[in-house]
Design a protein around this ligand. Structure first.
Ligand code: ATP
Ligand code: MG
Length: 393
């Protein structure tokens, strides 16, 4: 039958003069998210976005799941779309109850109507009562409860009518591309994908850079990062992944600098390389998954020394989050199962036995003076690989 996906957005509606700009971006991203499943009409009306489709031709769960992930979307509902006719409305409400009964036990319900078309014969209250009365007459064991019903059926009457019962949450945030672009330092761990997702949710486009130590780290660990990037892509779209071999740099550090500074020096190189790539690719900030005190390289002193390596703003959305909460979020966005796959990370290759936890900036800079930094960074970038992430749906 004819259906419509109702898409609600929140925060962007508050943006005053920018409203149009934000809404147009949102419509564009929704179109992109479903572009490969067919020519569907996506349109904006009454501060909501709609997608018309027929459920015999299209998989409504697929459409809903894709649209739900678009940043800026607050909630979505699949509604039956019918002509304005009281008998038809009654029938559809009963159908809606039946469909819900297949999934859950329902003892109580209510009808919530909105009559936007004032020429319709009943006002909102009368419509709810009439349809509610009809539903009651069709089922033996359910009652009306207007305060805390198991099921709410929504009816909207405009020049056409909608009947639906479920509101599925989106993630909110702002449409991508309304806040520039940032480069995410993407490891294979749990934290960095979540960090990239959070910044993306604020409307920032995301590209990613990954450091490996091939052949000390395997091809499989590279693939794991590509898999993570593909999950992020479902939210951020258009993701480019840069892969940089850090091994030559790690070997130089290993040879010429104190062992306990290995991690912090590597981290500074990562930041510097990331900054070069960012500036070259039009990214205005870096994003990392650091969180205070999580590991030796994330003490406040270490963060100071890492931060000092670059001038670009560094966004660390996880900075004050506990690991359990980060894990929860990674499960919600779908990166967790991939993140926990056991493949080696470049940082584990030369892991010092006793890493510095209170590095002094001048001491670290002093150690770096033993290295030909310019040469090492240039070499790393000239050997860098670039990959456009896409989905094999
Ligand atoms: P994650 O779970 O994101 O790997 P972590 O808890 O293991 O983080 P670190 O290894 O100290 O912490 O890394 C801190 C941050 O530095 C990461 O969140 C990521 O942004 C960046 N980073 C670390 N290793 C890499 C890497 N191999 N490639 C790209 N970025 C990295
Ligand atoms: Mg890590």
């Amino acid at each position: 039958m004819d259906k419509v996906l109702i898409i609600r957005y929140g925060e962007i509606a508050l943006k005053g003069l920018n409203k149009r700009f934000f809404e147009d971006k949102l419509v564009k991203h929704i179109r992109n998210a479903i572009s490969d499943i067919g020519k569907l009409k996506v349109y904006k009306e009454h501060s909501r976005i709609y997608i018309d489709f027929n459920d015999e031709e299209y998989d409504e769960h697929d459409i809903l799941d894709r649209v739900r992930k678009v940043f800026g979307v607050v909630s979505v509902s699949v509604a039956k779309k019918i002509e304005v006719n009281l008998e038809l409305l009654k029938e559809m409400a009963v159908k809606e109850v039946k469909e819900n009964l297949e999934e859950q036990e329902i003892k109580t319900f209510k009808i919530e109507s909105k009559r936007a078309d004032k020429s319709f014969e009943l006002n909102s209250l009368e419509l709810s009562r009439t349809v509610g009365g009809y539903v009651l007459s069709q089922f033996d064991d359910i009652k009306v409860d207007v305060h805390n019903p198991d099921l709410t059926i929504y009816i909207e009457v405009r020049n056409i009518a909608f009947v639906y019962s479920k509101k599925v949450s989106g993630f909110g945030g702002l449409p991508l591309g309304t806040n520039g672009k940032a480069l995410l330092l993407l490891s294979g761990g749990i934290d960095s994908p979540v960090a990239g997702w959070l910044v993306g949710k604020r409307g920032v486009e995301i590209d990613a850079i990954h450091f490996h130590s091939y052949p000390f780290t395997s091809d499989r660990s590279k693939e794991k990062v590509i898999d993570l990037a593909k999950i992020l892509y479902q939210y951020t779209g258009n993701l480019k992944l840069y892969s940089v071999n850090l091994l030559p740099i790690q070997q130089e550090i290993n040879e010429k600098c104190p062992e306990e500074e290995m991690t912090i020096l590597s981290r500074r190189f990562m930041m510097k390389i990331a900054q070069r790539v960012a500036l070259d690719q039009g990214c205005e900030a870096l994003v990392t998954g650091e969180s205070i005190g999580q590991v030796a390289s994330q003490t406040v002193k270490s963060l100071h020394v890492t931060n000092n390596a670059v001038d670009l703003p560094v966004f660390r959305p996880l900075i004050a989050m506990d690991k359990v909460d980060i894990v929860d979020l990674s499960k919600k966005i779908g990166t967790y199962e991939t993140s926990i796959l056991p493949f080696e990370d470049c940082c584990t290759v030369f892991l010092p036995k006793h890493p510095v936890t209170r590095p002094r900036l001048n001491k670290i800079i002093d150690s770096e003076s033993n290295l030909d930094e310019e040469f090492l960074i240039n070499e790393a970038i000239s050997n860098m690989e670039k990959q456009y992430i896409s989905l094999d749906r």
